[in-house]
Ligand binder design. Structure first.
Ligand code: KIV
Ligand code: ZN
Length: 490
């Protein structure tokens, strides 16, 4: 039997400090989650606001395969708001620990049980699937927890959920708790873990091997405080370490991770498991040597399995074999003498404290091979208009010389740089599908005429290039970097 994935990126994940999504952004993420294969999408909390209801309605009427769910408290007004959005199910949350019942609700346990039963019955009478969740369950009296779930069962709830609201479970306690709950409750039991001590994924896996049938997760582990159990880590740990399947299409993980990162404006840390850019990056000579012989020496799984890719990072510690391996990965053929020359230059740059990006490497290769960097697409004209009370707009004219084609496009943006990059991306959309993965600006110097250094990462399929450009004009630096990246990728 497959473990079900309940994704709460759009509810608990959106509770990440500083994150707020528009309805169309929520819809975009929901479509990607559906495509990824999640079983349930918690689209938000319908009672929260008009905008939130609009987002949940949009998602509910999209006709996705996933069950669409709204968070509700044990209150009729919350359930009515969810019904107005046409969701399939409600995640009905009831505080269960003494701390929450006494200080947050200021009610007795009997009152909590009564309102929970009434809310479950009300939601069921209105045709909803009900998941009854016990908030702060891991600090609750276990007898009360079981009583709450039993009442839920009698009121015809469909599933129950144990929430480790403040992340205090350990893998051992999780096993004990879920063994008890799943032996006493006949409904499917869900697990919802937070990462306050960095144990959310381990605790989720422990719950699953102890009988839980469903896990609550968020993409990239986003969520309140230290976040929730990360979807990509839980499903991969279940699959590769415990041999337990889910419906997730693993090869889409990297792409969906980046969609969420971009729309939430929360970059994925490079060392993030499974989807981080360093998750399959290798620099140490001894590791690269092992990889050349057999990639299993230093990789637990192949990067393509999760849509990520192998990266060989060149620096002053890299050996000739690593360089050759990387050039092969990039499809560049060189002879022994050329290899030695490229290797020497890399060492020199490494000694100057430079990090060898793919772009640098190509410049070196071209220099050694006596080739000019081939400019397949050339920026002919760029106009950007920005100011007070005007939406920034840019127009570009690109030349595709080999094909003698002129590409002209106009685009809006939230700022002038965004407009310019959007116009370039629109113009080349028929030539190549290139995505901007990352954009960073560093100021060099302090005045208004300071040089700015722009660092961009562009992606085409699984290929990623990083380019740095500096200029006193941020728009020029950005567009030059983007143009060079595009030329490297195509
Ligand atoms: O962590 C938690 O307890 C929650 C509930 C409100 C479901 O997110
Ligand atoms: Zn939570």
């Amino acid at each position: 039997m497959k473990v079900k994935v309940f994704d709460t990126t759009l509810r608990d994940g959106e509770q990440t400090p500083g994150v707020s999504l528009t309805p169309s952004e929520k819809l975009e993420i929901a479509k990607h989650l559906d495509d990824l294969g999640v079983d349930i999408i918690e689209a938000g909390s319908a009672i929260t606001s008009q905008g939130e209801r609009e987002a949940i309605k949009l998602i509910a009427k999209e006709g996705l395969n996933a069950e669409i769910c709204s968070f509700v408290r044990a209150l009729k007004i919350d359930i009515d708001a969810a019904l107005e959005c046409d969701v399939d199910s409600v995640h009905l949350v009831v505080p269960s620990s003494d701390i929450h019942i006494k200080y947050k609700l200021k009610k007795s346990k009997e009152e909590v049980l009564k309102s929970a039963i009434e809310a479950v019955e009300y939601a069921k009478q209105h045709g909803l699937i009900v998941e009854l969740s016990a908030e702060d369950a891991t600090r609750a009296d276990i007898n009360f927890l079981i009583e709450l779930f039993k009442k839920g069962e009698e009121a015809k709830a469909d599933r129950v959920c144990v929430c480790d609201t403040v992340g205090v479970l350990t893998p051992q306690k999780s096993q004990e708790l879920f063994k008890i709950i799943t032996s006493k409750i006949s409904l499917p039991v869900s697990v919802h873990c937070h990462n306050d001590f960095g144990l959310a994924v381990a605790n989720t896996c422990s719950a699953i091997i102890s009988g839980a049938k469903q896990c609550h997760v968020t993409m990239n582990g986003v969520g309140e405080r230290a976040g929730n159990a990360a979807l990509e880590e839980v499903v991969c740990a279940l699959k590769f370490l415990y041999n337990i399947d889910t419906n997730i299409k693993l090869e889409k993980l990297y792409e969906v991770s980046r969609v969420v990162a971009r729309l939430m404006n929360l970059p994925v840390p490079p060392n993030k498991a499974i989807v981080g850019d360093n998750a399959f990056a290798h620099e140490a000579g001894i590791h690269v040597d092992g990889l050349i012989k057999n990639t299993q020496t230093y990789e637990p799984i192949s990067p393509e399995v999760v849509g990520n890719r192998r990266r060989i990072i060149l620096g002053k510690h890299s050996g000739r074999k690593a360089l050759k391996f990387k050039l092969d990965l990039m499809g560049i053929k060189v002879n022994e003498e050329e290899l030695n020359k490229i290797y020497k230059k890399i060492k020199e740059l490494g000694d100057l404290g430079k990090y060898i990006t793919d772009h640098y490497l190509l410049v070196i290769v071209n220099e050694v091979l006596g080739k000019a960097v081939e400019e397949k697409i050339k920026l002919e004209e760029l106009t950007v208009v920005s100011g007070n009370k005007i939406t920034p707009i840019a127009s570009v004219k690109l030349l595709y010389p080999g094909e003698k084609i002129t590409l002209i496009e106009t685009a809006y943006g939230v700022g002038p740089v965004d407009a310019a990059i959007n116009a370039v991306r629109k113009a080349i959309s028929g030539v190549a599908d290139i995505k901007l993965e990352e954009y960073k600006v560093n100021a060099i110097g302090g005045g208004t005429d300071a040089l700015v250094e722009v660092v961009i990462k562009l992606r085409k399929g699984t290929e990623i290039v990083e380019v740095k450009k500096s200029d006193s004009d941020i728009i020029r630096a950005s567009i030059n970097a983007v143009m060079e990246g595009i030329n490297l990728l195509i």
